[in-house]
Design a protein around this ligand. Structure first.
Ligand code: PYC
Length: 319
């Protein structure tokens, strides 16, 4: 609460390849000293209003991804981060980490070079490159199962691969509506039905974790990318960027199928044709790799959120 009697939060906005990230840099209540997963649970159970206030209308909008900046728990990290969206909490978010890197630089917390960031799924390393791009060495990623066949209402048999890239993905190549901006509504319908089918059939990632992202691939529109994707996120909104965890899942899948070698580059375009580039390094454990995903983010706002106790929508509009 500040001297005006209003509670306030400070936020910095950015977008990465078109996908917004709103980072809460001040004002979030103390989430304790636990690891990042424990702090995510404290936030979810006791302070979910921070998420809803900054992301839901009238301040935010459905496609916005949020993050809270916290003290790290793991050693030698420059910051800790918890990601969330309109529907709840994300395990990981790479476009958000690229945005966070730019935010930390904007705030003067870091300069160019490499820095470790603590997240709910483990430590990742960011590299602020000389050309203004940001690379992220993600957590170990892997192809869990290939050629999984499901019967999707309206669309029939769909075959996909299940992979972990910091989130669980169902990756579909060349099926469903053509991947192009004009087909956003059809792609949304298709991927939501795929997600519902996976849930109904009890098809999950490791340890029963929900496959909460569905990714469809098609050919690129030009020679600046190897593929174009459409990624449906939990909460029913598509990723405007090529989705960094989705690109990691794709890299791990290509590697697992012997279609991408260590050091080779994969260029993943989004449905908006913004591009992330990716490479992998084998971990030596099974088919797991450390994906490095590179993209560009821009700071596009900075403000103080005011939570007036008399405002009926101070914590967002719920429907
Ligand atoms: O870039 O990893 C990502 C991501 C996940 C959800 C939205 N973006």
């Amino acid at each position: 609460m500040n001297k005006t009697g209003y509670q306030t939060l400070k936020i910095v906005d950015s977008h990465t390849g078109g996908e917004p990230t709103r980072v809460v840099v001040e004002g979030c209540p103390d989430l304790g000293k636990g690891d990042l997963a424990a702090r995510r649970d404290v936030m979810r159970n006791e302070h979910d209003w921070v998420r809803t206030s900054v992301l839901l209308e009238p301040r935010g909008f459905e496609a916005m991804v949020g993050a809270v900046l916290v003290e790290p728990h793991a050693e030698d990290c420059v910051a800790g981060v918890i990601f969330f969206n309109n529907a709840g909490y994300l395990n990981m978010c790479i476009h958000g980490t690229i945005g966070l890197a730019k935010t930390l630089k904007h705030l003067g917390v870091i300069e160019s070079g490499s820095h470790r960031i603590d997240t709910v799924v483990g430590v990742v390393t960011i590299h602020l490159n000389e050309d203004g791009s940001v690379s992220v060495d993600n957590v170990p990623s892997y192809l869990m199962q290939e050629n999984v066949e499901i019967e999707v209402p309206v669309y029939g048999t769909v075959t996909g691969d299940i992979a972990w890239g910091g989130n669980w993905f169902f990756l579909i190549d060349g099926q469903g509506p053509e991947v192009k901006y004009e087909n956003i509504d059809q792609l949304t319908d298709f991927t939501l039905r795929v997600g519902e089918t996976l849930a109904l059939q009890g098809i999950t990632g490791e340890n029963g974790m929900e496959i909460d992202h569905v990714e469809v691939f098609g050919p690129p529109v030009n020679d600046e990318a190897d593929s174009r994707n459409f990624v449906m996120c939990p909460g029913g909104e598509y990723d405007r960027s090529p989705c960094g965890t989705g690109t990691s899942a794709k890299l791990a899948t290509l590697y697992g199928k012997g279609k991408l070698k260590e050091g080779e580059t994969w260029r993943q375009a989004s449905v908006l044709n913004t591009v992330f580039t990716g490479k992998v390094k084998a971990t030596g454990e099974g088919n797991a790799v450390i994906p490095t995903v590179t993209g560009r983010a821009w700071i596009n706002g900075e403000c103080t959120v005011i939570l007036d106790p008399e405002d009926p929508f101070a914590h967002g509009i719920f429907n």
